[in-house]
Design a protein around this ligand. Structure first.
Ligand SMILES: Cc1cc2nc3c(=O)[nH]c(=O)nc-3n(C[C@H](O)[C@H](O)[C@H](O)COP(=O)(O)OP(=O)(O)OC[C@H]3O[C@@H](n4cnc5c(N)ncnc54)[C@H](O)[C@@H]3O)c2cc1C
Length: 375
C-alpha cells in the first residue's frame, strides 16, 4: 500500500488527486491537505469584483468533492515538507505534527511578494484573493471620476486579469454614464502582449484597447506606490485615483529551506514534474520553476502528468508522462473583442489566435463546467 500526500487544493492539487484516485486501486491512500476547504475558481475573481458573480458561484466545498472520490481531505496549514524524512510538517489544523508519505505532490501555488514594492500592502488594490476582490468591489462603488491605473508589477506572471479589469471598468462606467469623467491606463513592465504571446496577440489586444479607449503604458517597472502615485524604478510617476495592480510573485515560502528551489524560490522540476534533488517528490502548478506566465490550465496539465507518473512509480514502472509547456488563455473583454490564444512555448509552432464574442462566452461556461465536473 502507498500513502500519497497532495499538498494544496487548487487547480493542480484537485486534478492530480482526482486522477490518482482513478488510476490507483483502493488499497492505496490518497490524502489532500489544504488550508481552506473551498476550491476557488480564480479566473472569475474579476467578475466577482464587478458584481457579475457572487462568492458561492465560484467556490465549492472540497471536502465533500474529495470524499466522493475517496480522497481524504485535511484542513490544515502546511509549514514545510521534509524530503529527507519523507514527511510534511503541519503546525496547526485538523491534524498537527509530522505527516508521513511515500509519495508527495507539492501544489501550494506561489507567494505574493508584496514586500518587493514599497507601499503595495498599504495602498494598492489587487484581485488575488476573494477578500481582495470584494474590497476592490467596494472601491469601485465609490469611484466616479479621475485616473484608474491598472497593471502588473515586475515578476507578477499574470496579465490576463489586468486587461479584463480595464475592459470591465470601461463597460461599468459607460453603464453608469460616467465614462467621460475617467481616464483608464494599463501599466506593464514590458511591451504590449509581452507574457501573453507577444507579437501574436498584440494586434488583437490593440483592437480591444482602442475600442475601450484604454491607454497602454509599456516598460513601466513599478517599484513603489504611495497614496497618490505609482512610481517606476527610474523615478517616473503616474498619478492615480483608483489602482488595481498584480503584485510580484515568488516561489512558495513552504519550500524555502528544502534545497529543491531555484533562486526565486520556485521548485525545480523535470518534464515528468519530479522535483530535482528529492526522492518521490513531485510538484505542479504555480509553484514550479517554468519560465513565463503562471496559468490555471498549465497547473491542470502539470497535475495530470504528476499523477500519471506517481501512479506509474507505485506500480513499479518508470515515469513516462511528459509535460509540454503551452500557453492557452482567453481574455474576456465582455463582447466581440474577446481573445483566445494557444501557443506552444518549448517548441516552434504558429500561435492560434482568435477574436470574437464566442471566446468570452466560452470562458464563462468553463467556470460552470469546471464546477459541474469537479464539485
Ligand atoms: C484574478 C485571477 C485571474 C486569473 N485568470 C486566469 C485565467 O484567465 N486563465 C488561467 O489559466 N489562469 C488564470 N489565473 C491563474 C490561475 O488561477 C493559477 O495559475 C492557478 O490557480 C494555479 O493553480 P495552483 O494549483 O498551482 O495554485 P493555487 O490555485 O494557488 O492553489 C494553491 C492551494 O494551496 C493551498 N495552500 C497554499 N499554501 C498553503 C499552506 N501553507 N498550507 C495549506 N494549504 C496551502 C491554497 O489554499 C490552495 O488550495 C488567474 C488568477 C487570478 C488570481
Amino acid at each position: 500500500m502507498a500513502n500519497v500526500l497532495v499538498l494544496g487544493g487548487g487547480f493542480a492539487g484537485v486534478v492530480a488527486a482526482e486522477s490518482l484516485a482513478k488510476r490507483l486501486g483502493h488499497e492505496h491512500q490518497i490524502t489532500m491537505i489544504s488550508r481552506q476547504r473551498e476550491f476557488i475558481f480564480y479566473p472569475s475573481l474579476v467578475k466577482l469584483a464587478f458584481g457579475q458573480v457572487e462568492v458561492g458561484d465560484i467556490t465549492y466545498d472540497l471536502r465533500e468533492a474529495m470524499l466522493d472520490r475517496r480522497v481524504k481531505f485535511i484542513e490544515a496549514e502546511v509549514a514545510y515538507p521534509d524530503p529527507d524524512n519523507k514527511c510534511v510538517v503541519v503546525p496547526h489544523g485538523e491534524v498537527q505534527g509530522k505527516i508521513p508519505y511515500d509519495f508527495l505532490l507539492f501544489a501550494l501555488g506561489r507567494r505574493l511578494a508584496t514586500e518587493e514594492v514599497r507601499g503595495f500592502y498599504e495602498h494598492a488594490h489587487h484581485l488575488l484573493t476573494v477578500n481582495a476582490a470584494l474590497k476592490f468591489r467596494e472601491a469601485l462603488k465609490h469611484f466616479h471620476a479621475g485616473h484608474a491605473v491598472i497593471g502588473y508589477c515586475p515578476n507578477s506572471h499574470l496579465a490576463v486579469p489586468v486587461f479584463e479589469t480595464a475592459f470591465a471598468l470601461d463597460r461599468m462606467l459607460k453603464e453608469r454614464g460616467e465614462r467621460e469623467n475617467v481616464k483608464i491606463s494599463i501599466v506593464a513592465p514590458e511591451e504590449l502582449g509581452g507574457q501573453l504571446g507577444g507579437d501574436d496577440i498584440a494586434p488583437a489586444l490593440q483592437n480591444a484597447l482602442r475600442d475601450h479607449d484604454v491607454e497602454f503604458v509599456p516598460d513601466f517597472f513599478i517599484s513603489q506606490i504611495t497614496d497618490k502615485q505609482i512610481v517606476d524604478r527610474e523615478g517616473k510617476t503616474i498619478d492615480y485615483d483608483l489602482g488595481m495592480l498584480v503584485p510580484p510573485f515568488s516561489g512558495p515560502g513552504e519550500a524555502q529551506y528544502t534545497g529543491i528551489t531555484d533562486p526565486n524560490g520556485y521548485i525545480r522540476v523535470d518534464r515528468h514534474m519530479r522535483a530535482t534533488g528529492a526522492h518521490r517528490l513531485y510538484a505542479a502548478g504555480d509553484c514550479v520553476n517554468f519560465l513565463g506566465p503562471k496559468m490555471g490550465h498549465m497547473a491542470v496539465l502539470q497535475g495530470m502528468v504528476a499523477a500519471a507518473n506517481i501512479a506509474a512509480e507505485i506500480e513499479g514502472h518508470e515515469p513516462v508522462a511528459r509535460y509540454n509547456h503551452e500557453l492557452m488563455l482567453v481574455i474576456d473583454e465582455g463582447g466581440k473583442d474577446s481573445i483566445y490564444l494557444q501557443k506552444t512555448l518549448w517548441e516552434q509552432s504558429d500561435a492560434n489566435v482568435k477574436q470574437g464574442r464566442f471566446w468570452g462566452w466560452s470562458k464563462q461556461i468553463h467556470q460552470k463546467y469546471w464546477q459541474k465536473i469537479h464539485a
